[in-house]
Design a protein around this ligand. Structure first.
Ligand code: SAH
Length: 390
């Protein structure tokens, strides 16, 4: 196999098992088709592993094997280990929806695979992974035995890789892609992979939904950025006095109402409000004593960080200002560009401007089926703070 040669001194990241090789670190790249796999060598010729390469991307290479394990064996091994981790931590009788593959978090850059009961939804971000699709499909069908495999690669970031957005059935029963009911912590939720955001459901908040259920008793809850109402259902199941859902997507709110019904909750348990959260939080007469803020990633690239912090500060200031005394604010950022320390800084500034006494009761991160790769810190993206406001 041909090799890519790294520049002198530019092999440290790979030696530290980081998956990305930036274009500036590459001294020599043989003539390849974008997405092809190459051996990776240091400037003095030492073999470091295998990566797939794409000249168009600023991340020229992504490692799939560190060491001698051949690419296909490495993919099989990483998939096997990813599935073993989920088997160890999830009881399908209680939670049958989980992320099986979390990209670099599972040493499989460019690949996300979410299982909704027996419906597997995959998301491919890179040309290298796209080329490996037949192999991935073969292994996943054989080991997971799903009813449906649906690809939902509607990622604008694919453009940088020279890939169009793509969505379609890869295997099995098409109906599974349109609708599937799942169980999370024993509660049913409806997912519509083909018609929703991401792969269909925000599995990374599973543990936080358990927390909301435990804390909601007797409280008036606002689920801001509610998507399909998963936090709303959990708050009501936990005995909330009322739980309102606010989202800009009418389709998401429609499914939120279905999710209440699926859980035997009357639709009068709260309002479903199609609105911009930034405006909604400014409306008069808010009387919530538990506000959940789970916005989309405001910073999608590093250059967005300053603007994103303004957005996070804005909603957090409003929530802290408006929540009733003795109230809770559960606030998140899911952008990996906003590091935990920066997010705390934003919440500090927001609290200061709101002029309330604010205490952090708990800190949170993504659920365990979204593991963080210690060698690849970018895999840590979700941060949450549970605030108590006097
Ligand atoms: N908490 C949800 C996931 C939230 S995803 C869950 O647990 O399932 C973020 C949501 O924010 C999306 O549903 C998106 O439609 C919504 N959204 C994005 N910008 C918004 C805005 N300015 N106002 C209201 N909703 C917004």
């Amino acid at each position: 196999m041909d090799s890519a040669i790294l520049k002198p001194g530019k092999d440290k990241a790979v030696r530290n098992r980081h998956h990305w090789i930036f274009s500036g670190a590459v001294a020599r790249l043989p003539d390849i088709d974008d997405g092809d796999i190459l051996a990776v060598r240091s400037a003095d010729g030492e073999h470091l592993g295998y990566a797939y390469f794409n000249r168009r991307s600023s991340i020229a290479g992504r490692m799939i094997s560190f060491g001698k394990t051949l690419p296909e064996d490495a993919i099989r091994e990483s998939l096997g280990q990813a599935l073993a981790l989920r088997k160890a931590f999830f009881d399908p009788a209680v939670t049958n929806a989980r992320r099986l593959v979390n990209a670099e978090g599972d040493a499989l850059p460019g690949l996300v695979a979410d299982l909704y009961d027996d419906v597997l939804v995959v998301q491919i971000a890179t040309r290298g992974m796209d080329k490996l699709k037949p192999l991935l499909l073969e292994i996943l069908v054989e080991t997971v035995k799903p009813r449906t495999v649906y690809e939902k690669s509607d990622l604008p970031a694919r453009r940088e890789e020279g890939l169009e957005e793509f969505e379609g059935l890869l295997y099995g029963d098409r109906a599974g892609a349109d609708q599937v009911d799942i169980l999370e912590n024993g509660l049913p939720f409806r997912v519509r992979p083909s018609r929703s955001q991401k792969t269909g459901f925000y599995l990374d908040q599973r543990e936080m939904r358990g927390l909301v259920r435990r804390l909601a008793k007797g409280r008036r809850v606002l689920n801001a950025f509610s998507y399909t109402g998963a936090f709303t259902v959990c708050a009501l199941k936990g005995g909330a006095a009322r739980a309102d859902s606010v989202d800009s997507s009418e389709a998401a709110l429609g499914l939120a109402e279905e999710n209440l019904e699926l859980n035997g909750l009357p639709s009068s348990s709260g309002y479903f409000i199609a609105a911009d959260v930034f405006e909604f939080l400014r409306s008069p007469d808010l009387d919530y004593d538990f506000i959940i803020l789970d916005p989309p990633a405001f910073a999608k690239k590093r250059t967005d960080v300053v603007q994103a912090c303004r957005g996070y500060k804005d909603i957090n200031r409003l929530a802290v200002q408006r929540v009733r005394p003795g109230g809770l604010v559960l606030t998140f950022s899911c952008s990996h560009f906003i590091e935990a320390a920066l997010f705390r800084q934003v919440v500090f500034q927001a609290s200061l401007e709101a002029g309330r006494r604010v205490r952090i009761l708990q800190e949170h991160r993504q659920a365990a089926d979204h593991p963080v790769n210690v060698y690849h810190p970018e895999t840590a993206y979700l941060k949450g703070l549970l605030l108590y406001v006097d």
